[in-house]
Design a protein around this ligand. Structure first.
Ligand SMILES: [Fe+2]
Ligand SMILES: [Fe+2]
Length: 293
């Protein structure tokens, strides 16, 4: 926790929004309603940012489940609140940016947010602190990867600066959880290996219940914002390498079976990436060209 606070970088969402581009909408100011076709960002980046914004905006539920999974005692209590401050910035900044630039339909966005937040969110590993810890580590890294890719694709310096800051926050969150994960590994490698196998085999995005998720997720895959290959090579493998899961020989009774289950889950992830590279590349090209223009 001390290391996280020392590395903290406080930034101000309002400094990353081009307010001078803003125009009144319909409603009390009788401005112009949003219309299709005035968006500056490519459809691919828009779909990715919308997906990430809807995910970020379910923060009240995440705050609750993180507190339930890890408790509010001592350093965990400090973490839960500090992490909430940082995640809150992401949603605020993205929302302001997308509304001021008229990149998304504000009515559709509010309807989607309303449905998503009312649906709520529960960790798939409720009651299992170790599996929850594995999940949030992978999830923070996955989120970082998607923001980093969108930064390279968005084509607008202000948006790039914003996504850079968000990606750095997500990276610090990952490092916090990964450090705890390493401590867990030193205490009980067998149980952690088992948790890794279970979570790798069942991992899904936190925003999986957001309205339009399937369409946005497909768009993110085809545009290269977040692909099965990236998931395997930039999320799954780095965490396993960091823990040296396959390098130590002290897993004890039951440990080898857990390691075999983990190897099988890693194999499935690799096969998914390989299949995507084989079959998805043609489709990907056709989606990328208009977006990247
Ligand atoms: Fe975030
Ligand atoms: Fe995060």
């Amino acid at each position: 926790m001390d290391a996280h606070l020392k590395a903290a970088d406080d930034w101000y969402p309002h400094q990353f929004v081009p307010w001078s581009q803003g125009r009144d909408f319909e409603g009390v100011y009788r401005g112009e309603p949003w219309t299709e076709g005035e968006q500056a960002l490519s459809p691919a980046v828009r779909a990715g940012l919308l997906h990430n914004l809807l995910s970020e905006e379910n923060l009240p539920s995440y705050h609750r489940v993180i507190a339930e999974a890890f408790s509010r005692d001592g350093a965990w209590g400090t973490w839960v609140n500090r992490w909430t401050v940082e995640e809150g910035r992401h949603g605020m900044a993205l929302r302001d940016y997308l509304l001021v630039t008229r990149a998304v339909d504000p009515v559709a966005l509010e309807d989607a947010r309303s449905r998503h937040v009312q649906h709520g969110y529960d960790l798939d590993y409720r009651g299992d602190a170790l599996a929850s810890l594995v999940y949030v580590t992978l999830q923070e890294l996955a989120t970082r990867v998607s923001y980093r890719t969108m930064r390279t694709m968005c084509g607008e310096p202000g948006c790039e600066a914003l996504l850079k800051h968000i990606a750095q926050d997500e990276n610090r969150h990952m490092i916090f959880y990964r450090t705890v994960l390493q401590a867990a590994w030193e205490i009980d490698p067998m149980r952690l290996t088992d948790a890794l196998a279970r979570v790798l085999g069942t991992f899904r995005a936190p925003g999986h219940a957001a309205p339009g998720f399937a369409k946005m997720a497909v768009s993110m895959v085809l545009s290269g914002i977040y692909t099965p290959t990236m998931h395997h090579e930039e999320v799954v493998l780095p965490i396993l390498r960091f823990l040296k899961v396959f390098e130590v020989d002290r897993l004890g009774p039951g440990g080898e079976q857990a390691r075999e289950r983990l190897a099988a889950a890693v194999g499935t992830s690799a096969a998914r990436a390989e299949r995507f590279e084989r079959t998805g590349s043609a489709q990907r090209q056709s989606v990328r060209s208009p977006a990247g223009a």
